[in-house]
Design a binder for this molecule. Structure first.
Ligand SMILES: NC(=O)c1ccc[n+]([C@@H]2O[C@H](COP(=O)([O-])OP(=O)(O)OC[C@H]3O[C@@H](n4cnc5c(N)ncnc54)[C@H](OP(=O)(O)O)[C@@H]3O)[C@@H](O)[C@H]2O)c1
Length: 293
């Protein structure tokens, strides 16, 4: 019902491919509390009741707010729930996004997550490189990955992932420790990671696109709208269904603060796309000039 199951490599963590990204639960600009905290709690509970068992978060969403809402809504957590967090940024009082990649920052970030989520250990933590805001930039991440590997040895992190990284950085991290997932900016119109996705699929590593619906700039395309009309679906649903068709290692974490949108997004996992529709949808990335080979 939710896109089938995926096992993170070398782990006992099994998730439905359709998950939920919690960033939209904080206030405007991912800063401060939401207008409707009870609605945020209700949304999380509905997601989990519907079978979602993969929730993406960060303690710098809010900051702290999103994790505190997750704890309020879902703690004590169901055994099958996998909460994935990330380290590498902080939000000072001016609301900006600042890198926080020193050993001290990363260690403090793990403890912030543990405290606000009410956990003794985090299932998966992504090191979120801050090379560029919405895209990866080259540069060594070895120091940060070594810190996460050490936190794993201490038992505070069970498994390690990466976010906003290049193919070179993935290889650099894999020489240090096992990587179970990569979370980068990717969607129908932004296909710069095509080759990386295929490479990770061969290794059984999850690829988790952030901004699957376009993020702060929602996807808009006449091909997407026509495909949705033909299927009697919404364009955002088709965008999610395309990602599920794109590769079996893609896991979805669409973000929403709306229960109606949550329901639409979960229902997208049941859409079947014909080869003809898929062909037209693949053309969107090519038209946007974002396809790699
Ligand atoms: N690693 C990173 O650097 C990074 C960066 C960004 C995000 N993330 C993670 O990735 C998750 C997904 O990214 P995202 O939330 O930024 O972007 P997204 O999922 O691409 O899009 C979210 C936006 O789409 C809207 N939306 C959601 N479902 C919809 C629907 N069915 N119909 C119409 N509009 C819909 C939401 O508004 P409503 O609230 O009104 O539904 C929101 O404005 C985040 O929640 C976060 O966990 C990670």
């Amino acid at each position: 019902m939710l896109g089938g199951r995926f096992t993170f490599p070398g782990t006992s963590l099994i998730v439905q491919r359709m998950g939920y990204g919690a960033m939209q639960l904080a206030g405007p600009g991912v800063f401060g509390p939401p207008k409707d905290p009870n609605g945020a709690v209700a949304l999380l509970r509905e997601a989990v009741s519907a079978g979602v068992n993969h929730i993406d978060t960060a303690d710098f969403y809010g900051p702290h707010v999103t994790n505190q809402i997750i704890r309020k809504a879902l703690h004590p957590y169901p055994a099958a729930l996998v909460i994935v967090s990330k380290l590498g940024a902080v939000r000072p009082p001016d609301g900006s996004w600042q890198p926080a990649g020193s050993p001290k920052d990363l260690t403090a970030g793990v403890h912030d997550n543990l405290r606000n989520l009410g956990l003794d250990a985090l299932d998966i933590v992504n090191y979120r490189a801050m090379g560029a805001i919405h895209g990866a930039a080259e540069g060594s991440i070895a120091e940060q990955v070594n810190v996460l590997a050490d936190l794993k040895r201490q038992g505070l992190i069970r498994h390690i992932g990466l976010s906003n990284v290049t193919t070179t950085q993935v290889a650099e991290a894999q020489a240090i420790t096992d990587i179970v997932c990569v979370q980068n900016n990717y969607n129908l119109a932004n296909r710069g990671d095509d080759a990386l996705i295929d490479d990770l699929a061969r290794q059984g590593i999850a690829y988790v696109p952030f901004f699957p619906l376009g993020g702060f700039t929602p996807l808009q395309s006449s091909s997407l709208s026509s495909a949705a009309d033909r299927l009697g679906a919404k364009p955002m649903q088709v965008a999610l269904a395309w990602l599920l068709h794109r590769s079996p290692n893609i896991l979805l974490i669409p973000g929403t603060s709306s229960i109606a949108h949550l329901r639409e997004n979960l229902a997208a996992a049941q859409l079947s796309l014909s080869p003809e529709t898929l062909g037209k949808l693949y053309g969107i990335g090519a038209a946007a000039g974002s396809v790699t080979h």
